[in-house]
Each structure stands twice: as C-alpha cells, then as structure tokens.
Design a protein around this ligand. Structure first.
Ligand code: ADE
Length: 249
C-alpha cells in the first residue's frame, strides 16, 4: 500500500513514518509513505498556497492550482491510488472503513489547512472524504496519520504476532479483553489466577467473558450491532445474575 500525503507541513509526517510498526512496514516493503509538499507546486516568488475567500468572511482557503498540480503528480506516481480529502465533513473513520481502504493499491491523502480547500478540488479530484471524529483540527495531517496507522496494522506481516490484528477491539464489535504481564503482583493487585493456570480453554473463556462484560459496560452501542451466540448470551446472563446477588446481599 502506498500512502502519499499532500500537505504544507511534510515535517509532521516524516518523523512518524520512521518509527515503530510503520517504520518496520516500510523497511519490509509492505507500505511506502511519502509526504508531498503542496508548496513545491505553488507558482511565484512567495509560493502562496492560500487566499481570501470569495464572498468575504474570516479565514483563508487553500488555492486550487497548487493542490491540483500536487494531486496530478501523486496520481502520476501511482495511477490506481484513490484520492481522499481529510475533512470533518467526511465519512466517519472506523475499523470497518480501515478494512475497506485496505482494498486499494494506494491512498492519496489531502490535508487541508485554514478554512479548507477550494470546492473545485472536491468537484474534480476527490474520490472520498473522511473525518476522524466530530471535532475540528487545525489541519488534516493528524487525520492522515491516524488512517496510515490503522490501515497499516491490518496488512498481513505488519505486526509481530501473526494474528494480532484480528483479535483487536472493534473487530466483531467487541472490545478486547484485559492484558497482564509480569510482575504477578503489582501494588497489591494480582494477575487473575486463570491466566497463570496454563489451561487454554479456561483462558479463552475468561477472555471472552471480560471482553463481553467490558463491551457491555463501556460501549453497549457496539453490542447492539453484534449477533450474540448462545454462549455469549449465557455469559452475560450469568454475570447479571451474579451482580444481582451481590447488590441484593
Ligand atoms: N481536518 C480538520 N478536522 C478534521 C477531522 N475531524 N477529521 C479529518 N480531517 C480533519
């Protein structure tokens, strides 16, 4: 997967690409990340990339010509890549959308700044618009990094463990179970006995239980989307009845 990030702040993108799983995935040739400076495509002595909005009002708008030239250059390098504008007006980004994006050979991620980009860019060059949440950032760069991160870790071979990604929170609309490592006792808080037992069936059962109960308590909206099987319904029923006993004691 090739990620091209079009930005006026390439220095925000490059350090991120060198580290951790993203850095390793680049070394292994699973992905490439290039930050393209929109300013390099601006004309004139001052390389201006923004201008005042027609109709008046506050803020500045990103000029269409440098952006269009930068998109064309990115497309030339990777003609099958799709062009995504990061904007609060876009489709909400989530795990499902990360999987959907994985189907592409490349993503050209357009990072707006100021009030946004000239509408003619949207009309003529943009295949998709994505938002990482209902809040307004000062630019699309952080959103681009979020997408690169979430998509990369779904690429087979990017994570150390073979199957670590399909056990993640949000896969199957469940939050992930809790994790413990050494020491066995920390601040008087002990690792659950079952995790020390070596009994894999019991460990899996505990993991499913904590996963279900956590989702019920923290993100009940996710459980509504999930088709619970009989085992899962029974786990939640038992937990509810244990809780009732405790509260009525
Ligand atoms: N640019 C500014 N805010 C954004 C958001 N919430 N998501 C994606 N891009 C953005």
């Amino acid at each position: 997967m090739d990620f091209s990030v079009l930005t006026i702040f390439p220095e925000l993108i490059n350090p991120f690409s060198n580290l951790g799983i993203i850095g390793r995935s680049i070394e292994r040739d699973l992905i490439s990340v290039s930050a393209i400076n929109i300013r390099d495509f601006a004309k004139g002595k001052h390389k201006v990339t923004d201008d005042r909005p027609y109709g008046g009002g506050c803020g500045m708008v990103m000029k269409p010509e440098p952006l269009a030239a930068a998109i064309k250059a990115a497309k030339k390098k990777n003609p099958s890549a799709i062009t995504i504008h990061l904007t609060p007006q876009g489709r909400p980004f989530n795990q499902k959308l990360a999987h959907e994006l994985l189907d592409n050979k490349g993503l050209i991620l357009i990072c707006g700044r100021y009030e946004g980009v000239d509408e003619r860019i949207t009309h003529n060059f943009i295949d998709d618009e994505i938002s990482i949440g209902d809040y307004v950032l000062t630019g699309g760069e952080i959103a681009a990094l979020v997408i690169i991160d979430a998509v990369t870790r779904l690429i087979p071979g990017s994570l150390g463990g073979i199957d670590s990604a399909d056990k993640d929170s949000f896969e199957d609309d469940l939050l992930e179970h809790g994790h413990y490592t050494r020491p066995k006792s920390f601040m008087g808080d002990e690792v659950p006995e079952v995790l020390l037992s070596g009994n894999h069936a019991e460990i899996e059962k505990w993991r499913l239980e904590t996963s279900l109960i956590r989702t019920f308590l923290k993100r009940p909206d996710l459980l509504k989307k999930r088709q619970l099987n009989t085992q899962e319904i029974n786990i939640l029923k038992k937990w509810r009845s244990d809780l009732k006993k405790l509260t009525h004691a």
